[in-house]
Design a protein around this ligand. Structure first.
Ligand SMILES: Nc1ncnc2c1ncn2[C@@H]1O[C@H](COP(=O)(O)OP(=O)(O)OP(=O)(O)O)[C@@H](O)[C@H]1O
Ligand SMILES: Nc1ncnc2c1ncn2[C@@H]1O[C@H](COP(=O)(O)OP(=O)(O)OP(=O)(O)O)[C@@H](O)[C@H]1O
Ligand SMILES: [Mg+2]
Ligand SMILES: [Mg+2]
Lengths: 228, 228
């Protein structure tokens, strides 16, 4: 469902060029649960932005559901991002002037869902992540872990077939972290959602089909579930 | 060095009132390493903001180095915050238009240190957290874990006697996380810095003198090192 071929990403810093990705190739099958692990600064978030169509690589190509995203126009890419992919960003990216409920409902509005239905859907998912009692709080009125759970709920609003999660459990306590991993696993096993998650959390290893280890912009090794 | 007496904090949400802290009392001795643990939304960051003088409680009192911070004027409080306390916020709070070096040097400018000396000090600490090669990157040009390390370096710029850390290892991989815990422990053991850290990281238990468990705005229990 997602294929990356020799993806290179460079950032220009004055005269210097930082090669964050040095040529990454990876095939991810539909319905897999993949964890991407590696040291801080090794390129996980940059790779996440490439396969999610948020940023374009300098060279190499990315296929999502067999279409080359470099060939897609803006509106086709927006449709794909809105209906097929749910994003959980490392820095949440919540809209600070909207409540938790409005932040989670927003994607349903872009997808054309009637407002009443969208509100019910948003309430359901916020309940599922344990925030039924904080629907009308804005991000500044929520704790770090609560904001992260709003970001997780928002990514699920349009029942995506692929969830791209960047450090989904970073600010969560042991119990809440376990619940979120359980939720992602349930979506994966019962609804066949493909989960691709950049993480430092060793508990993710237990639920992953494969673990991709990156270091300094390259894939170090890929481990299957049996040998973890 | 830090004393809290019956601290209550309430937030108004329309007609509702959320009691984030329901009356917390705690004494922290100079040179201690204290971890505050508890579920997401239990009041750790709110308590952190109270003892750091960032926000005022509705009732109760806080003493830092034996002065009641409610009695301090704005400029005395600013002096205390600038010279004695280093803050590591859960959401980093870096200045997005400044480089890593400028962000770390900024506290030294407020403290009146000559610019040249401040630059050297900032470079030294960034080196110590493994970012000697990213001095001129702005926060948007750094990974999540790198931004967190800039925030940690900034908190140490003025050689504070107290470091208040809110989730210092949340976005760090196992190795970098261990290095940061090692750095905090070194400051604590060798330079006598008092460390107060809100965390979900079980490795913090190994280096803490005491662990304060909070739940729903109250202290559940306090454990000494021997019984952890
Ligand atoms: N400005 C605010 N207005 C209303 N409620 C708030 C506000 N700030 C915090 N809260 C509420 O107070 C409670 C405590 O929040 P706090 O940020 O202290 O939690 P925390 O223990 O740090 O959690 P985490 O581990 O997720 O960072 C939460 O339930 C939160 O929803
Ligand atoms: N806009 C940019 N300009 C310059 N360098 C950048 C930019 N964005 C990222 N980098 C660099 O690219 C490298 C990879 O960053 P990336 O955010 O992908 O790391 P990461 O693996 O997600 O790390 P973490 O675990 O800390 O989140 C880092 O060394 C970072 O400094
Ligand atoms: Mg990252
Ligand atoms: Mg917090």
């Amino acid at each position: 469902v997602v294929r990356a071929r020799d993806v290179v990403k460079e950032f220009k810093m004055g005269n210097e060029v930082v090669r964050a990705l040095k040529g990454i190739s990876l095939d991810i099958r539909r319905g897999e649960y993949i964890s991407i692990m590696g040291p801080s600064g090794s390129g996980k978030s940059t790779f996440f932005n490439m396969i999610g169509g948020i940023d374009r690589p300098n060279s190499g190509s990315i296929f999502i559901a067999d279409s080359d995203i470099a060939q897609l126009g803006e509106s086709e890419m927006a449709f794909l991002r809105c209906h097929n992919i749910g994003y959980i960003f490392q820095s949440y990216n919540l809209l600070t002037t909207m409540t938790a409920l409005e932040n989670v409902q927003l994607p349903t509005i872009f997808a054309g869902m009637p407002a009443e239905e969208g509100t019910i859907r948003a309430m359901e998912i916020l309940e599922r992540v344990g925030l039924g009692h904080r629907l009308h709080n804005k991000p500044s009125q929520l704790s770090g872990g609560q904001q992260q759970r709003v970001a997780i709920a928002r990514s699920l609003a349009n029942r995506p077939s692929i969830v791209l999660a960047d450090e989904p459990t970073a600010n969560l306590d042991a119990k809440t972290g376990k619940e979120i991993i359980g939720l992602l696993r349930e979506l994966n096993k019962e609804e066949g959602v493909t989960i691709i998650s950049a993480t430092h959390d060793p508990r993710m290893l237990d639920v992953s089909d494969r673990v991709v280890w990156v270091n300094d912009g390259m894939i170090d090794r890929v481990e299957n579930r049996e040998n973890i």
